[in-house]
Write a protein that binds this ligand. Structure first.
Ligand code: GDP
Ligand code: IMO
Ligand code: MG
Length: 431
């Protein structure tokens, strides 16, 4: 039995979907643990391309079950659309997809709240995906939340009635303060809309924690799918420019109930990264190339958001940040994607340390005030190699690529387990 975890090591969009798709081949269950439809995971094969926001990417591997854990926040409309999209593609859903009864539900007022709060922040906006993620998690912690199990029992109607004045009161205040003319929802409409969703989703709602731990007892392989990334973590990320959950290892345990992870020696925690880096949304980014180099990387790597279509900010890899991600998550191996993309550049840079107040350090803190004072110290690497998508062994890679990979391992102390050599599902080297 093994438990494998796939996590983002930087600011998201590292190519987690592709690694999940590979690892799901050997898994009995693939479980999404955190986030919601703020995530966008891309899987390509042949001329097919899937952009998946909510359903575990493991759904594309028919031998695996796909579970949405209690830590995920669910917009039922998005979920139903995604189920229908997969059905139309001939992907089997019934008997394979299960949704935790304890996962919290996103309502229309959460999405409106997200937009209004961003407007209220003005110049200090976070750059959220406007999917209602922050507000639904505020309600979860504030104990005003409604869970999938409440949809099933029908109790959600009573809960909505109880909290309605509070929610609408807050939204009305925000509307006044921001002067944004957003129409507010009506209770009866929301109840009617969600009644339909409840009916549709009923067969999928389950006790996923029990299912997962039964599978552990039966020595089955489990794959935990992370969303977002370490530096977007509410505790360990670049606060306040973060998401409202814990996309790090701790969040995987609390978002699934897989306590076995804490005591089992055979847990593989894969930190996904790109051979360069990217970020969407506001906040510090020490190695950002807000210049023609960044534009070139964006073009070569097709760096536009899977969820919002926003152009991603691009830059170089940041070793102090990666070391931090390795420690915070207990990463046992890197999955490094887009080696092919940096091969199209003549030379690239790797940030090996920071200079702060004239002192060279590899100490990382995700605090905004700390990062703003960091000047990156770079090493340069020759790249300039051709297509590597057919290479299946690390030792067959061009020498320039091998040197870069070896340096990343040396500086982080973590071995590279997978190397992405192209966007297609098969463009990967298993080390
Ligand atoms: P995720 O959110 O971490 O799953 O990543 P996204 O899907 O948002 O963004 C990663 C992008 O990189 C997608 O467009 C993938 O198809 C693409 N991708 C992943 N690995 C590779 C790789 O090794 N090479 C290239 N060229 N593209 C890759
Ligand atoms: P995947 O799983 C990249 C960012 C948003 C914003 C901040 C808060 O595809 O890697 P939120 O809507 O969560 O309140 O937004 O977090 N963000 C992501 N950036 N990839 C993601 O997911 C992200 N999910 C959230 O851009 O800066
Ligand atoms: Mg993404």
């Amino acid at each position: 039995m093994s438990i494998s975890v796939v996590l983002g090591s930087f600011y998201g969009d590292e190519g987690k979907g592709k690694i999940i798709d590979l690892l799901a081949q050997d898994s009995y269950i693939a479980v999404r643990a955190t986030g919601g439809n703020n995530a966008g995971h891309t899987i390509k094969y042949g001329n097919k391309k899937f952009s998946i926001h909510l359903i575990p990417s493991g759904i594309l591997v028919e031998s695996s079950l796909a579970l949405i854990g209690n830590g995920v926040v669910i917009n039922p409309k998005v979920l139903i659309n995604e189920i229908e999209m997969f059905r139309n593609e001939g992907v089997k859903i019934d008997g394979r997809l299960f949704i935790s009864e304890n996962a919290h539900v996103i309502f229309p007022y959460h999405i409106i709240q997200d937009k209004l709060e961003e407007a209220y922040r003005g110049a200090r906006k976070i750059g959220t995906t406007a999917r209602g993620i922050g507000p639904v998690l505020q309600d979860k912690v504030g104990r005003f939340g409604i869970r999938m199990g409440d949809l099933l029992s029908g109790i959600y109607k009573q809960r909505l009635e109880e909290i309605w004045d509070l929610k609408i009161g807050y939204l009305s205040t925000l509307r006044k303060l921001t002067r944004l003319d957003i129409e507010l929802p009506r209770l009866q409409d929301v109840i009617a809309e969600y009644e339909e969703y409840a009916l549709y989703l009923k067969p999928y709602i389950a006790n996923t924690t029990y299912m997962l731990n039964e599978a552990v007892e039966q020595n089955k392989n489990i794959l935990c799918e992370g969303a977002q990334a370490t530096l977007l973590d509410i505790d360990f990320g670049n606060y306040p420019f973060v998401t409202s959950s814990n996309p790090t290892t701790g969040g995987i345990i609390s978002g699934t109930g897989l306590g076995e992870m804490a005591s089992n020696g055979s847990v593989n925690i894969y930190g996904v990264l790109k051979a360069y880096s990217s970020r969407v949304g506001e906040g510090s980014y020490v190695t950002e190339q807000d210049n023609e180099i960044g534009d070139k990387i964006r073009d070569l790597g097709h760096e536009y958001g899977t969820t919002t279509g926003r152009p991603r900010r691009c830059g170089w890899l940041d070793i102090p940040a990666l070391k931090y991600a390795a420690r915070v998550n207990g990463i046992t191996g890197w999955a490094l994607n887009h080696l092919d993309t940096v091969g199209k550049l003549k030379k690239i840079r790797l940030c090996i340390a920071y200079q702060r107040d004239g002192i060279i350090t590899d100490e990382f803190s995700a605090n905004e005030t700390y990062l703003q004072d960091c000047i990156p110290v770079y090493e340069e690497f020759e790249m300039n190699f051709g297509d590597i998508s057919n290479i299946k062994k690390r030792e067959d890679l061009p020498e320039n690529a091998r040197k870069y990979l070896a340096r990343i391992e040396e500086l982080t102390g973590v071995p590279i387990a997978f190397i992405g050599t192209g966007a297609d599902r098969d463009d990967i080297i298993i080390c």
